[in-house]
Design a protein around this ligand. Structure first.
Ligand code: PGA
Length: 251
């Protein structure tokens, strides 16, 4: 049985004061959570705050991006070693906002994945199609291409220490969730693609769904056989909602 994982992606939102209230609310709400893991991926400047508030708790934390390079002359960038310094367990790579707004190619995402993994972080690799791609019937092709870039660079065994998040771009922040069946179909496709290379890795692979997950739809989504939890944007900013989604993971 794969254990469910629920990860909050705060994106570029937060203040010291607001984060404290949010994290204390989540800490209180998930104290008795069993059979599910939860984590938050916060903006870089708040990693120290996440570390000081969450250390010793069952809640993990991580970053939303990292540089593919080791330390050096890369003004404005943050490397994997810095994330490790602040106790990060996870690093999201290839979120569609990074791919689309910052032109991160499949190759750059694969390099970031590799760098994170080698530093001992668990990369959360985001894949997913746009609305135009879904309507053109190329969802599987797009997801396969994004996944293969990482498989080709890091090898299938690397996925044993990573998480994949299927996030249809049209469902992110739009209130339009993929139906449980739509999401399940892509999750199964991802698992099968990995299984062709390594059945055991595929069986153990944690595949999250992301895109307008709310307390109201989480139980149904998480009950699908290949959906192992969620990557939560908007709803991770409200303690009560995020806690309810984490709880949906233990049902
Ligand atoms: P959303 O974002 O839950 O606000 O749709 C999900 C994500 O971008 O990871």
């Amino acid at each position: 049985m794969r254990r469910k994982l629920v990860v909050g992606n705060w994106k570029m939102v937060g203040t010291l004061a607001r984060n404290k209230v949010l994290l204390e609310g989540v800490l209180a709400g998930v104290r008795d959570l069993r059979n599910a893991d939860c984590a938050v991926c916060v903006p870089f400047p708040y990693l120290a705050q996440a570390q000081s508030l969450l250390q010793g708790s069952s809640i993990g934390w991580g970053a939303q991006n990292l540089s593919q390079h080791a330390e050096g002359a890369y003004t404005g960038e943050v490397c994997a070693g810095m994330l490790v310094d602040f106790g990060c367990k996870y690093a999201i790579v290839g979120h569609s906002e990074r791919r689309n707004l910052y032109q991160e190619s499949d190759e750059v995402v694969a390099a970031k994945f590799d760098t994170a993994l080698k530093a001992g972080l668990q990369p959360i690799l985001c894949v997913g199609e746009t609305l135009a791609e879904r309507e053109a019937g190329v969802t599987d092709e797009v997801v396969a291409r994004q996944l293969d870039a990482v498989l080709n660079r890091a090898g299938v065994k690397a996925l044993a220490k990573a998480v994949v998040a299927y996030e249809p771009v049209w469902a992110i922040g739009t209130g339009k969730t993929a139906s449980p069946d739509q999401a399940q179909a892509v999750h199964a496709f991802i698992r099968q693609r990995v299984a062709k290379l390594d059945g055991q890795v595929a069986q153990g692979l944690c595949i999250l769904y992301g895109g307008s997950v709310k307390a109201a739809n989480a139980v149904e989504l998480f009950s699908m056989p290949d959906i192992d939890g969620g990557l939560i944007g908007g709803a991770s900013l409200i303690a009560e909602d995020f806690v309810a989604i984490c709880r949906a993971g233990q049902k």
